[in-house]
Unconditional design. Structure first.
Length: 726
């Protein structure tokens, strides 16, 4: 049944389900084997996830690949249901799956069905092959280790034969020749071998090579003008062809224009450049000169008057080719040179259409022996014999699937149907990659990033404070990117570029560097101080800007005073022109405006202070609290609503999941996902820091100054000085 058919025909049965409210959603409880038997009846709308990727999850990928029956890299509800139905159908007690045991007891197989009896029999064969025939259990590491399972067998049903499979020396020799000429494939027992595809390819190459050689033999005189020396002679001809062609073209140009002859020949200036050198080291330069003296209609000499760099090559040409094809002539014309090329043309065409090159290393005699005796048929017979055990091999694969499902299927359900692992303290979900340590805290909610562009689109909808880190495993230089959710503490010391340490689920430590931060509220306490932190940062930034500007002015002034700068024409002109007159009226207006502003501010402050001091004493703390709420209240309210709606689903969606329900990370749960640094219980603290500046107690001084300031303000208010207007 296809995925669409499953969803269309899915019906609610009579099974009574139990639900719990977890993470703000009602999620089904999978408490018994009976729940698993009826999983197909559970409405897909009640599943937490609709699909998940096969990769980048902390669960055995081999198990996920078996569940992903359409091999599209995604696991969907129908595939999960099909896996659960199969495994519960071959077990006596489906409740065994809830144990997630690594060891599978053979007694758990339901031998009351044909499939169950087959699985039990095959499981016992596996145990016997592994040398544990008297034991009654198997593990995934054993059922998936085909090399050990098939180590003592010649045939294993995969259609691959090895050297151990052959029975004669001729079969062994042919098998080795196929692996040497074509390729080899790994058998289930781990040894190299060949299958039918490789045998057929080898035979086809032998036939093509035989046909190619037949063409040469049938047209031997035409294709091989120099007999067995033709190939070597042709290769030498090709090595000098461009240089000889260049010579004859130059001679034709000399015939076209007599005055060009001198230019086409070796120029004296070019020779003078190397005459004072050791000429034996200048052969590359000499080789670039014409092969012989250029003259109109002049033949190419084969004995004398040849460029020293080309003498050896031309002499070889004369002995190998010209002696046979030109009856030993000591020079050749351009037409004779072209005739030699024409005589080599059939050989060149035959070589260009070469076929069966894979079989060539064996030689034509061995190739024809293989084809005439039909040796390959013997290997085909062995391959067919091996394939007769294909069903037995498939049964072994089914046992491996059973052992894997027994260990992993319920864990997948807890992370697919319910997200039980994510919401259980002390247990990590399959999408949690490890723990990030940064700024005196550890973050357990870390997810591998498989698609950064999708995260850039989806991450903002999560409502969480996110840190993206590039991680490097120094031992292997392996790299990956993670996103960590900060759900507790403050963010004052976090910034892009900061280094951290990431521990994956295997316990390996990765160097981590923050590359991106998405800011959102972390806690209501942090939101309360957020406005003051922003004001503090703003003031700090402005002070830094002012200090930098002042420092730059001072530095430029000092530099200008000690540097002798020539006076330019513009400076002379400026000296001659008197400065503009001082505009008194303009500055009077500026000072008046400043006075009004100061007066307004003073009046406002006086009104606030006066109103505050006019309150009954017990109302003063209420007024202060109200002021704090006015400043921090909006930030805290926004944080409160955002923290209640923090949702992990957008991050998982960006990684290829299809989340069907919200995965809320509320305040209480968030505090459990990020752990702050805490001193051990009973730890003793020495507050005497030797590097702290020794000074008088600050608190008494501050208290004294506050009392004095309060008295002064009270006296001024009583005498109505604070009501004066500037």
């Amino acid at each position: 049944m296809s995925h669409i058919d499953f969803l269309l025909h899915q019906k609610q049965g009579s099974h009574i389900w139990n639900f719990s409210t977890v993470g703000g959603e009602k999620r089904v409880n999978l408490d018994s084997g009976t729940d698993l038997l009826h999983l197909a009846e559970l409405d897909p709308k009640l599943w937490t996830a609709l699909s998940c990727p096969v990769n980048n999850l902390e669960i055995d990928k081999g198990t996920l690949d078996l569940i992903d029956t359409d091999n599209d890299g995604q696991i969907r509800i129908p595939e999960v249901v099909a896996a659960v139905q199969w495994v519960t159908g071959v077990l006596k007690d489906p409740g065994e799956l809830l144990k997630e045991a690594a060891t599978f007891p053979l007694s758990a197989i339901n031998d009351g069905t044909d499939e169950g009896r087959m699985l039990l029999e095959t499981a016992r064969i596996i145990a016997k092959n592994l040398g544990k025939a008297h034991e009654n259990s198997l593990e995934v590491g054993e059922t998936s280790d085909t090399e050990k399972i098939y180590a003592g067998t010649k045939f294993n049903g995969d259609g691959v034969i090895t050297e151990d499979t052959t029975t004669t020396a001729e079969e062994l020799q042919l098998l080795q020749e196929i692996m040497a000429c074509v390729a080899s494939i790994k058998d289930r027992n781990g040894k190299p071998g060949v299958n039918q595809e490789l045998v057929d390819l080898f035979v086809a190459q032998c036939e093509q090579y035989d046909g190619w050689i037949d063409k040469r033999d049938n047209e031997y005189q035409v294709i091989m003008p120099l007999g067995g020396e033709t190939e070597q002679a042709y290769n030498h001809y090709c090595s000098i062809r461009s240089k000889v062609d260049d010579y004859f073209i130059r001679c034709r140009l000399a015939a076209f224009d007599d005055q060009a002859t001198e230019v086409l020949n070796l120029q004296t200036a070019r020779v003078e450049l190397i005459t004072d050198k050791d000429l034996s080291t200048c052969m590359d330069d000499i080789a670039a000169y014409p092969i012989a003296k250029i003259a109109a209609g002049r033949p190419l000499p084969l004995t004398n008057g040849i460029n020293p760099a080309w003498e050896k090559a031309i002499h070889q040409f004369r002995s190998m080719i010209a002696t046979v094809l030109l009856q030993g002539k000591e020079e050749i014309t351009e037409q004779e040179w072209e005739n030699i090329g024409n005589q080599f043309a059939p050989f060149a065409g035959w070589m260009a259409n070469k076929q069966g090159a894979i079989a060539e290393p064996l030689g034509i005699a061995r190739v024809r022996e293989i084809l005439s005796t039909k040796m390959a048929d013997k290997l085909t017979a062995l391959i067919l014999k091996d394939k007769e055990l294909e069903q037995e091999a498939n049964n072994i694969m089914q046992v491996d699937k059973l052992v894997r499902y027994h260990r992993d299927i319920f864990r997948l359900l807890k992370n697919f149907v319910t997200f039980y692992d994510f919401y259980t303290p002390g247990i990590k979900a399959i999408f949690q990659a490890g723990t990030l340590y940064i700024d005196q805290r550890s973050c357990d909610l870390c997810v591998k990033v498989s698609d950064m562009p999708k995260h850039a689109t989806n991450a903002s909808f999560s409502g969480m404070y996110l840190i993206y880190c590039d991680c490097v495993l120094r031992s292997t230089n392996e790299k990956m990117t993670i996103v960590a959710a900060l759900t507790n503490g403050d963010v004052n010391n976090l910034n892009v570029g900061r280094n951290a340490l990431f521990y994956d689920r295997r316990g390996l430590d990765w160097d981590a560097t923050v590359v991106k931060i998405i800011e959102n509220p972390i806690s209501i306490r942090q939101a309360f101080f957020s406005p003051y932190n922003k004001v503090s940062k703003f003031i700090e930034t402005q002070v830094n800007k002012f200090a930098s500007s002042a420092d730059e002015k001072v530095s430029s002034g000092l530099t200008k005073s000690v540097t002798d700068i020539p006076v330019k024409e513009e400076d002379e002109k400026a000296k001659k022109e008197p400065p503009p007159p001082f505009d008194v009226g303009k500055f009077v207006g500026i000072f008046a405006a400043i006075g009004l502003a100061v007066g307004a501010i003073g009046t406002a402050l006086a009104s606030v202070v006066g109103g505050f001091l006019g309150l009954v004493w017990w109302k003063m703390p209420i007024a202060i609290a109200g002021l704090l709420l006015v400043i921090s209240g909006p930030s805290m309210i926004i944080a409160f609503f955002k923290l209640r709606k923090r949702n992990l689903a957008p991050l998982l969606d960006a990684n290829g999941w299809a989340i069907n329900a919200r995965v809320i990370v509320n305040i209480q749960f968030g505090n459990a996902l990020t752990h702050l640094a805490e001193l051990p219980k009973g730890a003793k603290i020495n507050f005497n820091d030797p590097f702290t500046k020794k000074s008088r107690p600050v608190l008494p001084v501050v208290l004294f100054l506050s009392i004095v300031a309060g008295i002064i303000i009270y006296v001024l208010w009583k005498n109505k000085f604070m009501s004066l207007h500037f």
